[in-house]
Design a binder for this molecule. Structure first.
Ligand SMILES: [Zn+2]
Length: 259
């Protein structure tokens, strides 16, 4: 193999986000089949009539021919496999797609390949192009992504005493990563009551295939309750893992000690 060949590689992936660099370049975050999340530089794409531009828009599924670079590897060629055009024609679905892309970006590390994560992103975007209820599509996505990232909430046994959960009002603890039985959860400030129906829906989404989940018909209060709980859990998990938050706490401690 000649030298030039070795410096080129091909990946296929879905663009999660991009940011502008300099006059005409764009730095993309792409979740690839072969290598998981990568940051790739697209040079000159903001110049008018760039042939590459359409293939590297957010949520586009493309193949990329990439050249090794010093700071970032550089996209030399891109071709769309699936554009998910319907996502861009409806503001609600566009917004959901941004949310999906952001969560993937936050929950994954660079250069950590995961075929199930790739498949989940692809399936979720393609579902968002269809007629199904985006609420259910996204709840299913959140629950699967949490599991793939290693943060699957425990919904079947009490996270403290390991007893099977009874069909009564239990408690959910963000810090414990799951449900507490009434005996363990009562009186604990960070544990909030979890009604039976909410627990049932969460379990259903966690254990059933999408084909079952898409047929759920939930009352408005229950929808709101499930969404709120999952969202609070996701925010909790992400903040706990944010370097900026660690840094802030460290800084605050140092300031307290100095005072
Ligand atoms: Zn317990």
């Amino acid at each position: 193999m000649d030298q030039r060949r070795q410096r080129l590689y091909r990946v296929e992936g879905i663009v999660l986000r991009h940011s502008d660099i300099g006059e005409a370049d764009r730095l993309l975050t792409v979740f690839t089949v072969e290598r998981g999340k990568l940051r790739l530089l697209a040079k000159g794409v903001r110049k008018i009539l760039s042939r590459k531009a359409g293939h590297i828009e957010p949520f586009t599924y493309s193949t990329f021919l990439v050249a090794k670079g010093r700071t970032w590897d550089i996209i030399t060629q891109a071709d769309t496999i699936e554009a998910y055009r319907a996502l861009r024609q409806d503001l609600l679905r566009t917004t959901y797609a941004y949310y999906v892309a952001e969560l993937v970006d936050r929950f994954t590390e660079e250069d950590d390949a995961s075929r199930p994560t790739f498949d989940l992103i692809r399936d979720t975007l393609s579902r968002l192009c269809g007629e199904d209820d985006p609420y259910l599509i996204v709840r299913f996505f959140e629950m699967r992504l949490l599991s793939l990232a290693g943060y699957q909430p425990q919904l079947f046994v009490c996270v403290r005493c390991r007893a099977d959960l009874e069909p009564v009002t239990n408690y959910f603890s963000l810090a414990d990563g799951g449900v507490l039985c009434p005996r363990c959860g009562e009186g604990i400030p960070q544990a909030e009551p979890l009604p039976v129906n909410t627990l049932k829906v969460l379990r259903f989404i966690q254990t059933r295939e999408y084909d079952w989940v898409r047929r759920l018909n939930l009352k408005p209060e229950l929808r709101a309750e499930v969404e709120r709980l999952l969202y609070r859990y996701i925010v909790y998990v992400l903040e706990r893992n944010l370097r900026s938050v660690d840094f802030l706490w460290k800084l605050r401690r140092q300031m307290e000690q100095a005072a």
